[in-house]
Design a protein around this ligand. Structure first.
Ligand code: 6R9
Length: 650
């Protein structure tokens, strides 16, 4: 937690929207008088009917969170229409295809027409305000059109990342009872095809068996690859929109009407449908986008996330477009055609602000500096990081090699649940420390609490990270299960939002996120519940019991380590290992591929039958010298076998 401090470069400070004094004044206002602060900043978006009520939130009892509740607005109007007069011919979206020769620019006026046509096509097929629409799309402009078209007519989108399996997609279709799906024939990543439409076909069958009928599958033609066609259900996107008018009146939406659902992993059970609403979310996403990235006219802003994750929602589509910025959307991967791709794209499109994940930085670091040094990157002025703690080595490489010591790095801590960035430097205001997300954004009041619920209010402290009061971008509920919302986030510490992350605070009041304290692991910035992987494993015929933990992985941040107890009659060999990896990929998707599988005749359990994960984590880390107290184990001898057969021997 020590190490070098990087002051704000004079050139950055001079041009930045927020300096340190402003940060401090605004922050103080935002916590002393949240009503007054947000009443003012809520006006950054256009309202059809202005709000008179600002904040009506409670973290106790039934937990009700309402912001700007009597205001009426529309997200698509704010992201498009209000810019047309001044920015109609400005590029809204730069699309860079998987193939470096494939790109496209879409102006705000073109965006308007595309979104309206699609909105009309959806309406013509019966989609109404409040209906859930599932999007399973590659990173193509149609993904942004579809999000905005839903917002325009008041439909609620649920995006499922293209790397999820048909079963995982089916769960999410069923979870929000979605009868309309938009997909593409195939995706294209790193030159490889992803059978999206085929996966949808399989998922729809599963959903139907579970009682949810999908009546329309709209298909974008991306590769023109061969697909199956069900003419009573499937419709080509290009045909559907071609017959529609390029005008569609934006629906009048109440501030608390739902905008989207996004499924995310927790420590128990199936993924939760995180629900975000209209007004507060947009105010918070756009405000954080403007100030955290110091985004100004003329900037070319690129966030490398996928729209299947929350980062893509808030910081590829809604935040930047609400601000009238130019946002770059990238279909491909950092390593294709080679490890220069990110920097080639930066040079090609003159990117000024670049936002990516530590796992990508570490992978590119591994490929060597020559891939960076052969590019110019001279337009870059700001770098960002998100998704997991960034280790100081990766931070320094990003700063020194990619940014050539000229670009501040904003290490932004936040979650699907928070809607927008929560703890972060502001480029013109905050001195940087590699590995620290630094200070809270306006309106965010972090608290560090120990396992007994004791608040550590001294400056230098460590504990579980909680947030004590609401902010406009906060999730409102778990879709269809408000009780689970209360249980998951507000029951561990009464009256506080519990993030699931551990955290330290240093003498300067800087926050250092240490990672999840629950059974959620973070693999290449993707959140995964160990319980999900376990239930995928035990659904295989050969497996009687499984326990999954994370272990430190050089590139992915964390790898997936599985302890598997087999049914009688099965041999734990490499063939079965492969079959199990394949099985988990099929159940959840390639992002959940186990890295290590250890066959274990027994798992370490307490006398009451609880698996002692602490021990399993240590063994997976190859750190079995410090297993701690094992006296409560029902059968201490299983530990010797686990150590003997560990898969991470160094
Ligand atoms: C935006 C996003 C959330 C979890 C979060 C934390 C980890 C995200 C981080 C970070 C340290 C950062 N996380 N950003 N940890 N420093 N800058 O990633 O959302 O997919 O919901 O993941 O990711 O553990 O709790 P999500």
């Amino acid at each position: 937690m020590s190490g070098e401090v990087y002051p704000v470069p004079a050139a950055v400070k001079k041009k930045a929207l927020i300096d340190d004094a402003t940060y401090k004044t605004w922050y103080q206002q935002s916590v002393d008088d949240p009503e007054g602060f947000w009443s003012k900043h809520g006006q950054r978006i256009d309202w059809f009917k202005p709000y008179t009520k600002v904040k009506n939130t409670s973290f106790t009892g039934k937990v009700a969170i309402k912001w700007f509740e009597d205001g009426v607005t529309n997200v698509s109007y704010n992201c498009i229409d209000r810019h047309l007069e001044k920015r109609g011919d400005q590029v809204a979206i730069i699309w860079e295809g998987d193939n470096p020769y494939d790109d496209k620019k879409i102006t705000y006026r073109e965006l308007h027409d595309e979104v309206c046509r699609l909105a009309n096509a959806m309406k013509a097929r019966g989609v109404k305000k409040g209906d859930r629409v599932t999007l399973y799309l590659p990173m193509i402009p149609e993904a942004a059109y579809a999000m905005l078209a839903c917002a325009r007519i008041g439909a609620v989108h649920s995006i499922v990342f293209g790397g999820f399996s048909p079963d995982a997609l089916a769960d999410r279709i069923v979870g929000c009872e979605s009868s309309f799906v938009i997909t593409a024939d195939e995706g294209l990543r790193g030159g490889k095809k992803v059978p999206l439409k085929h996966n949808v076909d399989l998922a729809v069958e599963v959903a139907e068996r579970e009682g949810v009928e999908v009546d329309t599958v709209m298909v974008v033609r991306r590769t023109a690859g061969k697909i199956e066609w069900f003419s009573d259900r499937d419709v080509w996107y290009h045909e559907a929109v071609s017959e529609q008018k390029p005008e569609c009146k934006p629906a009048r939406m109440k501030a608390e009407d739902p905008l989207f659902i996004l499924y995310t992993s927790g420590s128990t059970g199936k993924p939760k449908g995180v629900l975000h609403t209209t007004g507060g979310y947009l105010v918070y996403a756009s405000m954080t986008h403007q100030y955290v990235f110091d985004c100004q006219d003329g900037d070319i802003y690129w966030c490398t996330a996928d729209v299947g994750w929350v980062t893509g929602h808030s910081y590829i589509v809604y935040g930047p477009l609400c601000n009238g910025a130019t946002t770059l959307m990238f279909e491909g991967v950092p390593s294709y055609p080679d490890a220069s791709r990110f920097w080639d794209v930066v040079d090609k499109h003159k990117v000024t602000i670049f936002y990516t994940a530590p796992t990508a930085i570490r992978a590119l670091m591994g490929a060597g500096v020559s891939f960076v040094n052969r590019t110019s990157r001279k337009t870059l002025r700001l770098l960002g990081s998100v998704g997991e703690p960034i280790n100081p080595e990766a931070w320094e490489w990003y700063y020194n090699v990619v940014g050539e010591k000229k670009c501040p790095i904003v290490d932004t801590w936040w979650q699907t649940e928070t809607g927008g960035i929560m703890i972060t430097p502001l480029p013109g205001a905050t001195k940087l420390k590699p590995g620290s997300a630094t200070r809270p954004f306006f309106g965010i009041q972090p608290q560090l609490v120990d396992n007994e619920g004791q608040v550590h209010s001294e400056t230098v402290a460590e504990g579980n990270l909680c947030i004590v009061d609401s902010w406009p971008g906060q999730m409102r509920t778990v879709y269809g299960d408000h009780e689970r919302f209360i249980q998951t986030y507000f029951s561990t510490y009464k009256g506080k939002y519990f993030t699931g992350d551990g955290c330290k605070r240093d003498a300067d009041g800087y926050y250092w996120i240490t990672g999840r304290v629950d059974d959620v692991i973070n693999v290449s910035g993707h959140r995964m519940g160990t319980a999900e992987v376990e239930s995928a494993l035990v659904s295989h015929d050969s497996v009687s019991e499984a326990a999954v933990v994370g272990y430190p992985h050089e590139v992915k941040g964390q790898g997936i380590y599985c302890y598997v107890t087999l049914m009688g009659g099965y041999d734990g060999d490499d063939g079965l290992r492969k079959a199990l990896v394949q099985h988990v990929r099929q159940e959840i998707g390639p992002i959940a591929s186990p890295d290590k599988i250890q066959f274990a005749p027994g798992l370490p359990k307490t006398r009451s039958g609880k698996i002692m994960r602490r021990i399993l984590r240590k063994i997976a880390e190859d750190d079995f010298g410090s297993l701690g107290d094992t006296s409560t184990l029902a059968d201490p001898s299983v530990v010797d076998d686990l150590i003997e057969n560990r898969q991470n021997k160094t």
